[in-house]
Design a protein around this ligand. Structure first.
Ligand SMILES: [Zn+2]
Length: 198
């Protein structure tokens, strides 16, 4: 049986200094390898980089919502959650032309076990999206080769339906991605968007 693996990327933090070109590099690699992935887009990031956000949608990737201000949802009231999530939704729709519902990922994974947060998201038409494998690509000590090897092994150990979390703004991710794709495919895995998983 084929092992389906979903690559997911958080497009975020427009206010931080990143090595330029990280997201472009990820999109180029996905295009040249024929992989479709899923991107959780922060509303303010879509406002800052509308053409990049559009490229994500145009590349055939699934577009999800990663909040507007990247605050911890567990610290917000239901009204505050609604205001933030809707602001992000408007920004994402304006930039990409796509409705991110029902895909949501909580910033910092905060609130994923909080019934108040999950209920508020559900009333807004969203569901929190889990991940199985944290690529740990954001750690300063990490290398692209290390990320590729560890994420490949963890995804294959998890088995069918493994969801990998990566961050397009790190240096390691751009280096890791071709090797990760090749490593999973050469062991019988295939890449799908989140909406292809049960
Ligand atoms: Zn995030």
């Amino acid at each position: 049986m084929t092992v389906r693996v979903a690559l997911t990327f958080d497009a975020e933090h427009p206010d931080r200094r990143h090595r330029p070109g990280g997201t472009e590099r990820v999109l180029d690699t996905l295009a040249s390898t024929g992989v479709t992935a899923s991107f959780f887009v922060q509303g303010r990031w879509a406002e800052a980089y509308p053409s990049l956000a559009r490229s994500i949608a145009d590349g055939g990737h699934l577009v999800g919502n990663h909040s507007h201000y990247h605050a911890r949802m567990s610290l917000l009231s239901p009204t505050g959650i609604a205001a933030d999530v809707r602001a992000a939704e408007r920004a994402i729709r304006r930039a990409t032309g796509q409705d991110p519902r029902p895909w949501f990922r909580c910033p910092f994974g905060a609130g994923t076990n909080d019934p108040g947060v999950l209920g508020a998201l559900e009333r807004l038409g969203y569901r929190e999206t889990r991940w199985d494998v944290d690529g740990l690509d954001w750690r300063s000590v990490t290398t692209g080769r290390g990320v590729a090897r560890e994420a490949r092994d963890a995804a294959l150990a998890h088995g069918d339906g493994a969801v990998i979390l990566l961050h397009p703004w790190t240096t390691a991710t751009g280096v890791a991605l071709p090797a990760l794709i090749e490593g999973v495919r050469s062991r019988g895995g295939e890449f799908v968007r989140l909406d292809a998983l049960p």
